[in-house]
Design a protein around this ligand. Sequence first.
Ligand code: 2DT
Length: 223
Amino acid sequence: SSSSSASRGAFIVFEGLDRCGKTTQVSRLVERLEKEGKTARLQKFPDRTTAIGQMIDAYLRSKADMDDRAIHLLFSANRWECAAAIRRDLANGITIIADRYAFSGIAFSAAKGLPFDFCLNPDTALPLPDITLYLTLSPIIASQRAAFGEERYETDQMQRSTRQQFALVAQEVVKRHGENRWREVDANGGIEEVGDRIWGLLAPLLEEGQGGGLKREVGELWV
Ligand code: 2DT
């Protein structure tokens, strides 16, 4: 168990539309943190390895159909089943890097037409990220990248609606948790260039960790 003088880990979330380079940046960041001597763990959402995650995976690959609200709640349940491990690891000084989180949950489900509040509520009191980096890429550049895969949400229409919903999600985070919790990152440019931008945005948080600890406790989302 961690002593009171040891700093907890930082909880860093990455969000963005498909093909924005998020997954590449997430794995590079984990490597970079470990080179700096920090212990970091990558947590992908949806986590397709659990029983609930396998149901989500079947839905996304169109192997199973599901009511819109039912699948929304499964995405949320998939975060809840990981919440205790996230809190435990943070307390033990491990930095958690999440590839998507509750913000994708709201943006994608609201883009399908579910009420915003219905989409937000099930995630209330999940571990609150210290910072969320929202990677943005111009639609033209995105369309020049490799073609979409074949998953359910990988269509231009769905991406457009989801982008609009992410803007509302950002407002909600700023309103409830303050502007330091949400940072937009320009994801146009080379992998290293974008990686350096991300590193620069995270420096204040990570230095806070070194200089005596992330003193604030991990908060609760939307609370
Ligand atoms: P990946 O391509 O990153 O595996 O995402 N999604 C994700 C939701 O609709 N709700 C959620 O809560 C989460 C975490 C985004 C798979 C797709 O699942 C969507 C894309």
